[in-house]
Design a protein around this ligand. Structure first.
Ligand code: F6P
Length: 507
């Protein structure tokens, strides 16, 4: 099928804008090191057929793409991933154009409808995702999903083998492709491989429910380096290795733990992912964003904005957050009319029933809160289900007095970091779930909360609302300095340096 593109250069905000704004002018890593081949389930653009033969092209949503796009732009190299489309769609022209905009080559893997259903919607998102986020009751342990997951990992491995050489570094991303290094070996291809998990890794008592857990642990030990977001995730993984593969040896070298299963040595470490701080900061300081931020504040009659930005997912705890906000308005009723919540929910995985259920619950709660507490001149919750372009998002970050980031479980949560990078006035307050990976770095400077504790979150909102300017500045300066120092470039350099170290250690 030959398809047409409906929207104009949708990746512009990711490519052109960042290129103009960010200050990554140092020499490209590829000039000094191996070529980087990133393999992830998604490419930074997603194509979808709309049923009439025309092809929609849009930027992919989510943390992985936000984080990896600048890494590829800086390092150069190749990005392999699913195009978002099913077989027989003509993609080449669109990929070439996007490659130029993004500053790296793109190689699309096409999946059949069955593969999308059983590998992506099935094993990845109805087995691994809920299991890794402590929602075992949402898991569908369907053996058919597992078989297709293995096949699709092999398919990605075949593409990675075809487009790479023995000198390249293959950097595999996330839970969709846990088996890729094993599959590469299976087809007799030797490459240096690293893996980074963007989600949490569960503790043994949750992981052991997975009928294919042992195969997965063994497959992960085919990588030369395996990276997690936090030490907690790393330790959970080591706990699962200890239990599932007896007799394994460990060597702690400080930053890395080397696991030796008798056949292969794998280095394991924690690498908290981040954002392109300077791109967000520069954009936040632009006149365009400042004007939009002022306009937003006026649009809500200068009420203090409490901001939530979440991909639609049960792991994000959006209904709990709305309940906590309602409790806050009920308990501190004098603040009605003086604060307002802006909640952006980015559509995601809407073929999966649990996601549709969360959407319905969120719609319902927003309606209830606005009907029961709203007044003719004041709307308690401004709710948007959709995506914002980056300047609009950054303007919201800049306009918001408080960011309320309360996932019940999250690998890192880059919204928390983006909010700080965009808070150039140093006057915002970050309220952050203790169950987000970001809390391991931001605790003490953010107000950390237990998202299940409705009263606790309501009290934190009250504290954020009344926090003296001097305390806000102190906390936000600390947060901004942390995200500035530990930005996405720090993260990718740390991982790739550790990959080199791992090679010297004979992994
Ligand atoms: O780590 C999970 C992740 O890949 C994130 O990077 C991103 O937020 C999200 O999932 C995207 O989900 P999907 O590819 O299913 O739309």
């Amino acid at each position: 099928m030959k398809a047409s593109v409906d929207c104009q250069a949708p990746w512009e905000w990711m490519g052109n804008l960042d290129r103009r704004l960010n200050d990554w002018s140092r020499p490209k890593r590829q000039e000094r090191h191996r070529r980087l081949v990133v393999v992830s389930n998604r490419l930074p653009i997603t194509m979808s057929e709309d049923g009439t033969g025309s092809l929609q092209v849009r930027p992919s949503s989510g943390g992985l793409v936000t984080a990896l796009s600048p890494v590829l732009r800086y390092n150069g190299g190749l990005w392999v991933g699913w195009s978002g489309a099913t077989a027989n769609v003509y993609l080449d022209g669109h990929l070439d154009e996007a490659s130029i905009q993004l500053g790296c080559s793109l190689e699309a893997v096409t999946l059949s409808e069955k593969e999308v259903n059983d590998y992506y919607l099935g094993f990845a998102n109805q087995v691994l995702w809920p299991l890794f986020h402590d929602f075992p009751e949402c898991c569908k342990f369907d053996p058919g999903y597992w078989y297709t997951y293995v096949d699709v990992n092999r398919k990605f491995a075949q593409v990675a083998a075809r487009i790479s050489t023995a000198d390249d570094y293959i950097w595999v991303q996330d839970y969709h492709l846990l088996l890729l290094a094993r599959e590469l070996r299976g087809i007799g291809v030797r490459r240096q491989t690293g893996f980074f998990l963007h989600t949490p890794f569960p503790p043994l008592e949750i992981f052991r429910r997975l009928p294919w857990g042992r195969q997965i642990i063994k497959a992960l030990l085919n990588y030369h380096l395996v990276g997690f977001q936090t030490h907690h995730d790393r330790d959970n993984f080591i706990g699962c290795v200890e239990k599932t593969i007896p007799g394994v040896h460990y060597e702690n070298t400080g930053r890395l733990i080397v696991v030796n299963d008798g056949n292969h040595r794998t280095a394991v470490g924690a690498f908290p992912i981040s954002i392109d701080f300077s791109a967000f900061e520069t954009l936040a300081m632009s006149r365009e964003v400042e004007e939009r931020a002022n306009h937003l504040r006026e649009a809500v009659s200068n009420c203090q904005i409490i901001l939530g930005v979440d991909r639609l997912d049960y792991s994000k705890g959006i209904p709990l957050k709305l309940r906590a906000y309602r409790a806050f308005l009920e308990r501190f009723s004098h603040l009605r009319g003086r604060v307002t919540m802006v909640q952006i929910v980015v559509p995601s995985r809407d073929h999966i029933p649990q996601y549709r259920a969360v959407r319905a619950e969120v719609d319902d709660l927003v309606r209830q809160i606005n009907e029961s507490l709203g007044t003719p001149g004041w709307t308690p919750v401004h709710y948007m289900y959709g995506t914002l372009d980056r300047p609009e998002l950054v303007a919201l970050y800049r306009a918001a007095a408080v960011a309320l980031v309360t996932p019940v479980k999250d690998g890192m949560n880059l919204v928390a970091k983006e909010y700080c990078a965009a808070n150039v006035d140093n006057d915002g307050v970050l309220v952050l779930s203790e169950f987000a990976g970001a809390a391991s770095q931001m605790r003490g400077k953010a107000l950390t909360v237990n998202p299940h504790d409705i009263d606790g979150v309501a009290n934190a909102l009250y504290r954020a609302h009344g926090m003296p300017a001097s305390e806000r500045r102190l906390r936000m300066r600390g947060l901004r300095s942390l995200v500035r120092r530990r930005d996405i470039r720090w993260w990718s350099d740390l991982f790739l340096r550790s990959a080199e170290e791992a090679l010297y250690m004979g992994t």
